[in-house]
Design a protein around this ligand. Structure first.
Ligand code: ATP
Ligand code: MN
Length: 484
């Protein structure tokens, strides 16, 4: 058996008292031909391996270079040096894989995040990305833990869908028709998708919600957690073409129940990450503080990362209606001094991210849940509110806005009344024939139900303090970029 190593995280938690240990990992640095900082990815902390002078061949020592992989067996003793509690006094050192220092692209110095994006295949070996991706893992695990504890059924909704009715964004087509060959055409010149693989036009999903609703109206509570795709040509720090979304759907939930669940959920997964990845988060907090030192005073965050997370945990999210939000924005100094790029024109307008960020970062200074949006700017499946003022029809939608990120959750109570749903689909030209299966849930035992979608990468951004969404997913897909 090859692998009877101890992970460095576990080893560092032990008391050093001469016990034997075998570790394996990659060299971070090698100082004075004697001190090897070895890392195995289990933690950002390295074990200091001591190769006593004269004990090892020069030939071997020469091969201990940054990112070479080693197997080391030795005894664990209290460290004489500063900066670590223990040393591993090496008895044997085996080079598992060499790393040519002339060729290795990540020298042990500070690299920019942009540079590291080009080296995304190796960036996990840096402290920053080590921490980010361990936190990402913890958050993903916490998602499942939260819903499992609440008795939700984890449902896998399809990646390839034939419905493009959801309208959440531009879709990627899925086809086996020959793009460069003879594409079968109908008489009117349009593509004949009957000849295509599925016998109809198909796309990559933008959301699993509609299928999720089918699950909720049988299991009661379900959630999805999977990849979603949007061919939107928006090159921003918070949009990806491929991202992961968590979409719970709950029967017997109204909008308020929905908001309560979303808030509880967000707090739960943050709390889990703090409890299980404190060191990584503290490292990221320091990284962010250092990065922000480069910024002018007014661009820096008012709170450090840990402080911000604690603040979110310990305060209720601000809840206000769209209508009230418009009033706040209209009366704001920003609006009066024309500091918004997009003017506040009044009720009915779609909010731009600068408006959302104003509400969250300048006005309320905490996460905000906006609800009851104008029907005209929201999707067909959202429940129409009763007793609206004439000309001010709203739907039971809610968005959660987070400081530094903007929209992190979008959700709603779903329209459960068949006639209302059908008339709205007609108005919005959503093809009812294609969604016959969706409408069936309203025909056979319809119930009030709700759900939301949380963009997982935006959540990871919020918790890690990374400003660019490309730095919280292993291999980002964005317009013009699908490397690795
Ligand atoms: P935005 O206005 O920010 O583009 P949206 O209104 O298109 O968001 P929804 O369709 O409600 O978003 O999707 C639900 C959630 O998925 C959003 O709240 C957000 O967290 C996330 N999300 C949406 N689009 C993207 C994207 N392109 N990349 C990463 N996350 C996304
Ligand atoms: Mn969008």
């Amino acid at each position: 058996m090859f692998n009877k190593r101890i992970k460095i995280k576990e080893l560092l938690a032990q008391e050093p008292k001469g016990q034997e240990a075998t570790v394996m990992g990659w060299v971070k640095t090698f100082r004075n031909n004697q001190f090897i900082a070895l890392n195995d990815g289990s933690t950002n902390n390295n074990i200091q391996v001591v190769a006593a002078l004269g004990k090892f061949d020069d030939e071997l020592l020469k091969r201990i270079t940054t990112s070479a992989s080693l197997k080391v067996t030795g005894t664990v003793v209290p460290s004489l040096g500063k900066g670590q509690t223990m040393d591993l006094n090496a008895e044997t050192i085996e080079i598992l894989g060499d790393s040519d220092p002339e060729q290795y692209p990540l020298q042990p110095k500070k690299h920019s995040l942009e540079f590291l994006r080009e080296k995304a295949h190796l960036r996990f070996r840096t402290n920053t990305f080590g921490a980010v991706f361990r936190v990402r893992h913890a958050l993903a695990f916490a998602v499942h833990k939260f819903f499992n504890e609440k008795g939700f059924v984890y449902m896998h909704t399809p990646i390839i869908t034939a419905s493009d009715a959801e309208g959440a964004g531009e879709m990627f087509k899925v086809t086996t028709l020959p793009l460069e060959g003879n594409i079968p055409k109908n008489e009117d010149g349009t593509v004949n998708y009957e000849e295509d693989f599925f016998g109809k036009a198909t796309n990559l999903t933008v959301s699993g919600q509609l299928e999720g609703e089918l699950g909720a109206t049988a299991f009661g509570d379900i959630y999805t957690f999977g990849p979603t795709f949007r061919a939107e040509n928006s090159n921003t720090t918070r949009h990806l073409a491929e991202f992961w979304m968590i979409e719970p759907e709950m029967a017997f939930y109204d909008l308020e129940d929905n908001m309560n669940l979303a808030e509880e959920f967000i707090k739960y997964i943050i709390r889990y990450a703090i409890a299980n990845n404190k060191e990584d988060l503290e490292f990221l907090a320091q990284r962010l503080a250092d990065e922000e030192k480069q910024l002018p005073q007014d661009k820096r965050s008012e709170m450090g990362l840990m402080e911000k997370l604690d603040f979110v945990l310990n305060n209720e999210f601000e809840r206000l209606t769209y209508t009230d939000a418009i009033d706040v924005l209209k009366n704001s100094n920003y609006s009066k001094k024309k500091k918004f790029q997009y003017e506040i024109t009044g009720w009915g307008m779609d909010l731009q991210s600068e408006h959302e960020r104003y509400l969250v970062e300048k006005h309320f200074k905490k996460p905000v849940i906006l609800y009851n949006y104008p029907a005209a700017i929201k999707a067909f499946y959202m429940r129409q509110n009763d007793n609206c003022e004439p000309g001010q029809q709203t739907v039971a939608a809610m968005d959660i806005l987070a400081p530094g990120i903007g929209e992190i959750v979008g959700g709603s109570q779903r329209e459960e009344r068949l006639d209302k749903l059908q008339s709205r689909m007609k108005d919005m030209e959503v093809p009812a024939e294609e969604l016959w299966w969706y409408l069936d849930t309203r025909r056979f035992g319809t119930v009030p139900h709700s759900g939301f979608g949380l963009g997982f990468e935006r959540m990871v951004q919020f918790v890690t303090g990374m400003t660019n969404i490309r730095d919280v997913i292993a291999f980002p897909r964005t317009p013009g970029s699908a490397e690795f």
